[in-house]
Design a protein around this ligand. Sequence first.
Ligand SMILES: Cc1ncc(COP(=O)(O)O)c(C=O)c1O
Length: 446
Amino acid sequence: MSTTLEQLVVEYVRQNPRSQSLFQRAQASMPGGNTRTGVYVDPFPLYTQSGSGVYVNDVDGNQRLDFVNNATALILGHAHPAVVGALQDRAAQGSAFFGPTELEIDLAELLQARLPSLQHLRFCSSGTEAVMNVLRVARAFTGKPKIAKFEGAYHGIDDPAMISYLPVLGPELGPEDRPHSVASSQGLAPGTADSVVVLPFNDPAACAAIIRAHANDLAAVIIDPLSTAAGLTLPQAGFLESLREITSAHGILLIFDEVVSFRISPGGTQGVYEIVPDLTCLAKVMAGGTPGGAFGGRAEIMAIYDPTSGHPGISQSGTYNGNPLVAVAGLATLRAMTPAAYSRLNKAAQQLGPELEETFQAAGIAASVVVAGSIFRIFFLRRPPHNYRQAALDSGARHRWLNFWLLNHGIATRQGGCLSLPMTPEHTTRLVEEIRSAVREWPFPD
Ligand SMILES: Cc1ncc(COP(=O)(O)O)c(C=O)c1O
């Protein structure tokens, strides 16, 4: 018996009356009731009441096994006792000061120990800010005006990051190996599209040709090495190395945006692939579920921020830079994430991926599941994609159907998701079993 999307939405509405009424109320104070674009769901998003370990609880009293973990940020799951204890203890001593605290040094040292490319680093309050800062320092250090980013990639919402962010497929994107620069937001500063060069992921020859052609103007190439927002597209053998080589050869900085990919190992993706970027952006896991970010890299580049010998080349103030609540949450999280913890978590995801793939395939549904560290992404594609344009062919309708089916059955996912440390085989098995039940009601002609 197949179940239609409409039937699933009817059940979703039935289960979540208080979320529906909160969404109506929100529309009077926020445009479309929304303050985080990606969270919007038609007909309304679920309003969260609380989270505990592997579960999130909504305002209607529904509990869901959470594979979203605030868009990968919560590697310890919700309200981990070590993080809660650290935050409570710290909040009782004051939550924000004008002066620095020792905690920011503790966190900086811990990050340096895990990511040796961070010879010097600074704190900020989000991944967006980290990206904004690295792009500015890259332009200052090289004296060159342009930035290269990959087609489809997400790097937060600063102007250059809003070029070719999940652009709709069509002729205006240009040839696959020479992508055009396309504005993905209204209101960008004039000239933004011209100042951003767009690269195709996993095409080293095309990247080399484009980078060479713009070498005199290019300050930096920024890459999310796992292309997490443009699907979850893993770099093919030698691709990251080829970028390291060509950027070094032309005096262009290589920036790893590890806001998400820092999740995959103690040393992030740069540790796994053994690439040393010039600059790195961090947020999410590094801030332990609080609004924090960091960026850093080669000391000679970061020296532009040094105020000790006069006014720095770049002044980066921020009321919450190095905030003690962020620092204690980040420290508690990273200390809990020992190499053994990463290994257990990643092994669980490595097992889950093939199990999900087999579940779809046994039902005759074309699907592939990509896993990186503890992150997994379901694609309704026969083969895992290698770049944004392939990933963008994924079936939005199938994901929407599966998302509602799982929400109605107590599981939160996001075209896949990620594991949290408290998850056990019982939880991953539950996801597989629920998907096995879901595909029995599959309404698509796969
Ligand atoms: C790769 C990447 N970079 C940057 C950001 C922006 O981080 P934030 O949401 O903390 O501003 C995100 C957010 O999801 C991200 O996925």
